[in-house]
Design a protein around this ligand. Structure first.
Ligand SMILES: Nc1ncnc2c1ncn2[C@@H]1O[C@H](COP(=O)(O)OP(=O)(O)O)[C@@H](O)[C@H]1O
Ligand SMILES: [Mg+2]
Length: 167
């Protein structure tokens, strides 16, 4: 399936992508967020949640592992659950916490460090990978299912040109 890549020169560009993703969201979507510490996974999720209408703070779920939000999508409430599995000690912890039941085809699940949830973590519809690239970030969006493809088709994101250094 098609892969979309873009350069995000600064945090405003990450915010713009999060906003575009919020408008392209589909019920039941599962997103895996890949990238090193500091790549911008939480920043992207925060921008997405704010653009989706969440007004409070968006904390990194570093210790709680999961943080639920409710936003309105197409006129009806939907849960968006943000995970950070970095500190999860074993896949059993994922099952014991009841996280698997969250992936019910209706909730939107966004997962940082999905590698830590293998092999019990349900499959994603969309992979988003962030890499540090100079002062900015490179992002790759790869759909893995019809739902992921639908989201990517709806994504109306025009990356801004990088700020070129003065000559
Ligand atoms: N496109 C970008 N260019 C430069 N810095 C960025 C960009 N997007 C986000 N950042 C910065 O990178 C850091 C990302 O942190 P965070 O989102 O917590 O990373 P992660 O969740 O991947 O560990 C933040 O300090 C944020 O301001
Ligand atoms: Mg994070």
């Amino acid at each position: 399936m098609q892969t979309v890549t873009a350069f995000l020169p600064d945090e405003a560009a990450t915010d713009a992508l999060g906003t575009a993703l919020a408008r392209a969201l589909v019920r039941g979507l599962v997103i895996y967020l890949h990238g090193d510490l500091g790549a911008g996974k939480t920043a992207l999720t925060r921008a997405l949640l704010r653009a989706a209408g969440h007004q409070g703070t968006v904390k990194s779920p570093t210790y709680t592992l999961s943080e639920p939000y409710t936003v309105v999508l197409d006129g009806a409430p939907v849960n968006v659950i943000h995970y950070d599995l970095y500190r999860m000690s074993s896949p059993e912890e994922f099952l014991d916490a009841g996280f698997r039941e969250d992936f019910d085809g209706d909730n939107i699940c966004i997962v940082e460090w999905p590698e830590k949830g293998e092999p019990v973590l349900p499959q994603p519809d969309l992979h988003i990978t962030l890499h540090v690239a100079g002062l900015g970030r490179e992002v790759e969006l790869q759909p893995l299912s019809p739902l992921g493809l639908l989201c990517l088709d709806r994504l109306n994101f025009r990356p801004t040109l990088p700020n070129l250094p003065p000559r």
